[in-house]
Design a protein around this ligand. Structure first.
Ligand code: ADP
Ligand code: MG
Length: 481
């Protein structure tokens, strides 16, 4: 039997405000436990929440950026449940009337395939505190600093059909909230986390199968693994005559498996009702238009511009714009190097190739790169003007990475200037040919492959500094002549 996988994601993006969604308490990460929760966050009797206007602006920005309807009237509701890290006994969220409804996000799957994923809604809510299970033997610690931190919960349609698509969607969303400046995207700190709803159905069947929801997966890699684990588990279950139970599960990264957390609650278990302490949120169409004007260039717009302005292919452009920092870095290099599209392609190759590889190896973000955009530009300039070959450039890049400095002084100090003087190259070629008479004979009697041998010998004799194109041309002339 062939199975089709169906995935919908609920993403919680922590909004990058200074203070909480309904109080003036700070949201800064990493403070001493229980030093940043005030009376309002705890819901002590007699306090009144006041909505932080920055969260409205941020949610509006998000809605506009995915082509959604930004509702001029939305309502905060109480979602009632008991949990030790929720001392109020309810979470303020939006239920029937969320601020953002309907929208879409395009994801790039590979060079030629993209797909549009529907966004059902996005609503504002407050975060709960945190239960700390480590460091407390036989007990659980409660840190309420996170209580009242603003979240935008972004709910997708069940439009994804593989773990790979889910990760692509999550990455596109992550990139978008960073572009918009509404979330710092720090997944380790929990600023961007995801619940994965997964079900399977026989290929061709119209109705969805029963889904499970795996909670709070906080890295792209874990999302992929958790989904794949869940898909395999459900297939095994159904193929052995069992049934998938609708439930909430937890992903254990150490064991790479998911396990039952609780059976799925229904909306009516929560006794939602409009929060009597908060007025409905009303925003004017003028306000929405004002926010629209503040929207930055969005990832897909930047990608199109990169393709046009720098003649990049769709794939290169989509990789470069996937993070705002990378896109900015690329443009800073291109603008310094100048001299047109050929250089832009070269810059793209360097940023996506050698630079990204070095960053990955040292687990650094591009914003932390030891080789700054100006330094990479200095290097690429010397490739473009033929001072050095691509091969020497790799050696210089390594030096820039390890020791810093600038390309021109490294070329000077280490004598790496490319040899482009035809006479000088010819002289070396003559020597190489003279000292390899046997290979010369074989080459001339038809063993074409030996051409590479002569190129190698010549490059070695010049320590890689001869201009490769000239070496090829001159060798051909001499060997064939
Ligand atoms: P809840 O709020 O109870 O989690 P929702 O109806 O809001 O339920 O759905 C939450 C998420 O689950 C959405 O992202 C939706 O796309 C996804 N989803 C719903 N049904 C399925 C299904 N059968 N398989 C996979 N995902 C699903
Ligand atoms: Mg849910």
């Amino acid at each position: 039997m062939e199975w089709e996988v169906v995935i919908g994601l609920e993403v919680h993006a922590q909004l990058a405000t200074q203070s909480k969604i309904f109080s003036g308490a700070a949201t800064a990460y990493g403070a001493e436990p229980n030093t940043q929760a005030c009376m309002i966050d705890l819901g002590l009797p007699g306090v009144l929440p006041v909505l932080n206007k920055d969260v409205v602006r941020m949610a509006t920005k998000f809605g506009l950026s995915v082509g959604a309807k930004v509702s001029q009237r939305s309502v905060f509701a109480r979602k009632n449940y008991f949990y030790p890290d929720l001392p109020k006994g309810y979470q303020i969220s939006q239920y029937e009337l969320p601020i953002v409804e309907g929208g879409q996000l395009e994801i790039q799957l590979d060079e030629n395939t993209s797909k549009v994923i529907g966004i059902t809604r996005a609503h504002l809510e407050e975060d709960a505190g945190k239960s700390l299970h480590e460091d407390f033997h036989g007990m659980t610690g409660i840190d309420l600093n996170r209580a009242g931190t603003p979240l935008l919960e972004i709910v997708s349609e069940p439009d994804m059909r593989s773990a790979k698509e889910a990760v692509a969607y999550l990455k596109a969303l992550h990139s978008l909230v960073r572009y918009l400046g509404i979330c710092d995207g720090n997944m380790q700190e929990g600023s961007f986390r995801c619940d994965a709803n997964v079900s399977i159905r026989p290929k061709g069947q119209k109705e969805f199968g029963t889904r499970t929801e795996t909670k709070n997966v906080n890295s792209f890699r874990f999302v992929e693994r958790a989904i794949n684990y869940e898909v395999d588990r459900q297939i095994d279950l159904l193929e052995s005559g069992g049934k998938v139970m609708q439930e909430t599960r937890l992903y254990d990264a150490n064991k790479n498996q998911t396990r039952t957390m609780r059976s799925k609650e229904e909306a009516n278990d929560y006794r939602y009702f409009p929060d009597p302490d908060l007025l409905p949120l009303e925003i004017s169409s003028e306000y929405i238009e004002e926010v629209r004007k503040e929207l930055p260039e969005l990832p897909h717009e930047k990608r199109q511009r990169f393709q046009q302005q720098y003649a990049l292919n769709a794939y290169d452009a989509s990789v470069l714009v996937s993070s705002l920092d990378m896109a900015d870095y690329f443009e800073a290099v291109v603008n310094t190097v100048g001299s047109g599209n050929k250089a832009a392609k070269l810059v793209a190759n360097w940023v996506m190739g050698d630079l990204s590889a070095a960053l990955n190896k040292d687990l650094l973000d591009i914003s932390e790169s030891p080789v700054k955009a100006s330094q990479l530009a200095g290097l690429i300039k010397r490739i473009v003007d033929n001072t050095i070959s691509g091969k020497i450039a790799k050696i210089i890049f390594e030096t820039l990475w390890q020791e810093g400095g600038d390309t021109d002084s490294i070329i000077e100090k280490q004598g790496l200037k490319q040899i482009t003087d035809t006479g000088a190259i010819e002289k070396i070629i003559d020597e190489v040919i003279a000292s390899n008479p046997q290979q010369l004979e074989q080459y001339r009697s038809g063993k074409d492959k030996l051409f590479g041998f002569f190129v190698g010998q010549t490059m070695q004799a010049t320590k890689g500094k001869a201009n490769p194109q000239q070496v090829n041309e001159l060798l051909k002339k001499k060997l064939d002549g």
